[in-house]
Design a protein around this ligand. Structure first.
Ligand code: 5RP
Ligand code: FE2
Length: 217
């Protein structure tokens, strides 16, 4: 069964505490927070102050996805704000190894993220040092996009490397995930599913979280 990480990008910001508690009570394993800087991706969302405010109202595992160019400068503030996992894109910095080191040195779980157009080859040199790998299943920047099926082969490739080397990182998927698209990703080796619009753009987030689990039993 896959672990579920609802993305608050699609939550109701005027009732955010309620929307977070809802998915917590539904047993969601992680809370996914999309940080966008307006440079690496066109959108601007939120920063460390927002993560700090969320930290104060929940004990959920905070999975911070940084869509930020040169994320190194933000890592200390994000760690201080109370993130549990910090994800950095390999495309966003020439210093991915250093960025991951910074995250580990701050005592947090380190995650490397790859875009749909980036080969797994790019992250091979850092796979020994990560707790989680995020395979983007849409191009980052917006919620509610259509799942890209060509990304599934990369999940399988990553899973094969993981098994061959005895690594135990989680493989997370993000973008266009619903009870149908999650199935092939899970079979290919995904262990954590981010879901934004599928979970929050409905009257019944709990049923949607359960549907992701039922689809991957
Ligand atoms: O990183 C993201 C966008 O860049 C979001 O986490 C993702 O898009 C979630 O939204 P949805 O499930 O609606 O596709
Ligand atoms: Fe995300």
């Amino acid at each position: 069964m896959i672990k579920v990480a609802p993305s608050i990008l699609s939550a109701d910001y005027m009732n955010l505490e309620k929307d977070i508690k809802l998915v917590d009570q539904a047993g969601a394993e992680e809370l996914h927070i999309d940080v966008m800087d307006g440079t690496f991706v066109p959108s601007i969302s939120y920063g460390p102050g927002f993560v700090k405010a969320i930290r104060q109202i929940t004990d959920m595992y905070l999975d911070v996805h940084m869509m930020v160019q040169n994320p190194e400068h933000l890592i200390p503030a994000m760690a201080e704000a109370g993130a549990d996992n910090i994800g950095v894109h390999v495309e966003a910095t020439p210093h991915i190894h250093r960025a991951l080191q910074l995250i580990k040195n701050a005592g947090k779980d380190a995650e490397v993220v790859i875009n749909p157009g980036t080969p797994v080859e790019m992250i091979k040199p850092v796979l020994h040092m990560v707790d989680q790998v995020l395979v983007m299943t849409v191009n980052p920047g917006f919620g509610g996009q259509k799942f890209l099926p060509e990304t599934v082969a990369k999940i399988a490739e990553l899973d094969a490397i993981k098994k061959a080397n005895g690594y135990d990182f989680d493989i997370e998927i993000d973008g266009g995930i619903n009870n149908e698209t999650v199935v092939d990703c899970y079979k290919a080796g995904a262990t954590v599913a981010v879901a934004g619009s599928y979970v929050y753009n409905t009257e019944d987030p709990l049923t949607r979280i359960q549907a992701l689990r039922d689809a991957t039993k």
